[in-house]
Design a protein around this ligand. Sequence first.
Ligand code: XMP
Length: 241
Amino acid sequence: MLDSDLRTLARRTPVVVALDHEVDAGTRRLLQEFSSLERPPPVKIGWLPILEGGARVIGSVKEIFPGAPIIADIKIADIPYMGGLIARRLVHHGADYVIVHGFAGSDLLREVARTLEEEGAGLIVVAEMSSEGGKECYSICAKRIVLEAARAGAKGIVAPATRPSRILEFRRLTGDLAILAPGVGAQGGNLEDTLTAGADMIIVGRSIWTSKDPISSYRDLMRRALDVIDAPEKYRRTRDR
Ligand code: XMP
């Protein structure tokens, strides 16, 4: 894992780039451009690049981004024994953080957190999904998940940029846990509302990758995010999508 914790890191690089497609030659070139920026982004690697390229893709992206954290996002939801084994393999492939579904239980969270601690990596727990249906079940148990994540020693939680009021509630419960929020852009969430509600980082995929110029889209999101971090009072309001 990298030296600084996620919250400290978020003050410099608050935009996580979600990588959700095959790492072909064009994507590799773009990733190299991202990594040569003054502030290379943390990269979250989802199921699709792994299904297309194998788990090895985590290591190949890590090589491009030696100084930025790599988050493996296969949203583990299994029994603790399997969760621990899977998390360990993801770290051996190059992940610095691993995302686990909170609904699968506090025993899973504790086992994965323990395993990741041994490996020098960190646990991130989904507290509530950003999708519309994501609130059906998660809204019942999300607050408990946040508390269990903190108790288990997680380094961060995932909370919906599409519902800033939930981020506000979780922020009151989390103490020092980093809040990572997907849902800005393609899913309708707003960057300023998300960060002023208490998120440390936004996770963005399609708005970056499907734009004509992914690098300037990322730069633009970074500039806006850093503006909010510098002067949150200028942007504060709360509105759910
Ligand atoms: P887009 O294209 O919508 O991509 O900007 C969002 C990225 O974030 C992931 N995602 C989530 N991950 N909990 C998670 O752990 C969520 O509620 C959630 N919503 C979106 C998605 O897989 C994609 O990589």
